[in-house]
Design a protein around this ligand. Structure first.
Ligand SMILES: Cc1cc2nc3c(=O)[nH]c(=O)nc-3n(C[C@H](O)[C@H](O)[C@H](O)COP(=O)(O)OP(=O)(O)OC[C@H]3O[C@@H](n4cnc5c(N)ncnc54)[C@H](O)[C@@H]3O)c2cc1C
Length: 475
């Protein structure tokens, strides 16, 4: 926390930039802003713990204001934590060293729609669903449909390399972002041109995608759009085991068919997610497929996919389970469905690997995590021609806070260790934030030194989101 004199000086200087109505220093607001959707931060608050707070929340209204705020923060060496929708699941927005919470929500406008190139330029604070509905009115979709679409915004999506449920067809946000505007820690504004491909050195746009607020503040982005598909249809097949389901997914990609949605549930996740609505045999794995496109294209992709699944022992469930999942995908996030109480925590470790390692990573993580958690469920989603992600969900419930937090940490430690040991990568879409920060060096190996040098060059005073992404972690 800042000393009162420094805080008063900072408040006065920031007020000059954004106006008094856009600087908040009220203690209640600081406490309310001190957590995101990281289950540990939520659980600690439920247990009555006070988390570290920022000194001020600042709401800039333009790129110029962001630039001026960063110039002041850099000069005064005050930490800055950018805030998007605040729905990140890794503690990325937790202001662990105090300072400024820089909330981008006022910067929420579509700036341009380029019909010829199918591109939309948007401010970083626009919420995902508002952007999607706006481009829908022009006959397009962004193709980016994470289940946090209503809670997260464009800057947050880009800063965490997020992935939508239909990523097998449309790609993740790093595939969808063509151009960026970023304010660096010293206040200078950089823009990367929105072009489909280029040959002018390294792609600096990708340096900021996934930088989690540690290298600068994303203020604008130019994103791809796609014509709204003529039709979206679903198909579901069950398999006797994970292996035959994964084999089918690999063969579907090799055939040239490209489903938009691919989700393969392991037996435990099938039992929890599917069996209450559909009659699935014990031990079976449900594969959910979705197809976006023209009716003619979907006819071909669906029939090829079904043929492959049947040849691998698949059992046809028609559109039912997949369609139901799509229509109810938000339900579980509403209070009453997912609330845990006392010292209970449910969390997810989303990892990614190539097909040669995917099944081994799954079994190794499951075994390691089950040694400490009574329940571990998994599904393979976000599948691509060369591999895909595993969503390892665990649950733990303890009688006291200390055991709860240490058990929670243990499950993470052994889960990530097993993933890395078997050649996986520790996050596919949620990012690093605080929950994975201490594992970053182990994940990146010698490449971590490059990231550290980049950070040192762009942010010599270490003001940007210290403690996240393995950077500025106090030992
Ligand atoms: C119910 C629910 C469902 C979810 N489903 C998905 C899903 O399907 N797919 C998925 O990928 N994720 C999902 N998530 C996780 C989360 O929504 C994503 O990580 C999302 O991309 C975070 O965006 P946000 O705007 O909420 O970011 P925040 O939580 O506000 O910030 C996340 C990180 O990005 C940084 N940041 C934010 N804005 C900027 C900016 N403008 N410039 C620089 N840095 C910035 C922050 O400092 C922080 O480090 C889900 C979360 C919840 C709660």
């Amino acid at each position: 926390m800042l000393r009162p004199k420094r805080k008063a000086e900072l408040t006065a200087r920031l007020t000059e930039i954004v106006g008094p109505e856009n600087v908040i220093a009220d203690e209640t607001d600081m406490v309310l802003n001190a957590h995101d959707a990281w289950p540990l931060s939520e659980s600690k608050i439920r247990a009555g713990e006070l988390l570290p707070t920022a000194d001020l929340v600042v709401f800039p209204g333009s790129t110029e204001e962001v630039s001026e705020v960063l110039k002041v923060a850099n000069k005064m060496k005050v930490p800055v934590t950018p805030v998007g929708g605040g729905a990140g699941t890794c503690g990325g927005t937790l202001p662990i060293y105090g300072g400024i919470h820089l909330d981008l929500k006022r910067m929420d406008k579509v700036l341009a729609i380029d019909d010829d190139s199918m591109l939309v330029t948007v401010q970083a604070g626009m919420v995902g669903i508002d952007l999607e509905e706006e481009v829908n009115r022009h006959g397009y979709t962004t193709g980016h449909t994470p289940t946090s679409l209503r809670a997260s915004n464009v800057g947050g999506f880009i800063a965490t390399r997020s992935g939508g449920s239909l990523s097998s067809l449309y790609g993740k946000i790093e595939d969808l972002t063509l151009g960026l505007e970023v304010v660096l820690p010293n206040g200078s504004v950089v823009r990367t041109k929105a072009v489909p491909r280029h040959s002018v050195g390294p792609d600096l746009r990708q340096l900021f995608i996934g930088s989690e607020g540690t290298l600068g503040v994303i203020t604008e982005a130019t994103l791809r759009m796609f014509p709204i598909p003529e039709e979206r249809r679903f198909r579901s097949m069950s398999f006797p085991d994970v292996r035959s389901g994964l084999k089918s997914i690999r063969e579907i990609f090799r055939s040239g068919a490209v489903p938009s949605l691919i989700r393969l549930y392991d037996p435990d996740d099938t039992a929890l997610t599917v069996t209450s609505h559909f009659d699935v045999k014990d031990g079976e794995c449900m594969l959910m497929l979705g197809f976006d496109g023209s009716i003619a294209k979907n006819d071909i992709d669906e029939s090829v996919s079904v043929e492959i699944c049947l040849s691998n022992g698949g059992n046809d469930y028609g559109e039912g389970p997949a369609k139901r999942w799509w229509e109810h995908r938000y339900d579980m996030y509403y209070p009453g469905t997912l609330t845990t109480s006392g010292y209970a925590i449910a969390d997810t470790i989303d990892v990614v690997a190539t097909y040669d390692k995917l099944e081994t990573v799954y079994h190794a993580m499951k075994e390691a995590m089950e040694a400490h958690a009574p329940m571990v469920l998994s599904h393979f989603s976000h599948m691509y021609p060369n591999g895909g992600s595993i969503y390892m969900i665990f649950f733990t419930s303890q009688l006291d806070a200390e055991t709860a937090w240490s058990t929670y940490r243990k499950i993470w430690d052994v889960g990530v260790a097993a993933c890395l040991r078997e050649g996986g990568t520790m996050s596919h879409q949620h990012g690093v934030g605080l929950s994975r920060t201490t594992y970053t060096e182990g994940e990146m190996g010698s490449a971590f030194e490059v990231l550290k040098q980049i950070k040192k060059t762009l942010d010599p005073n270490g003001i940007m989101n210290p403690g996240k992404l393995g950077l500025g972690v106090k030992k």
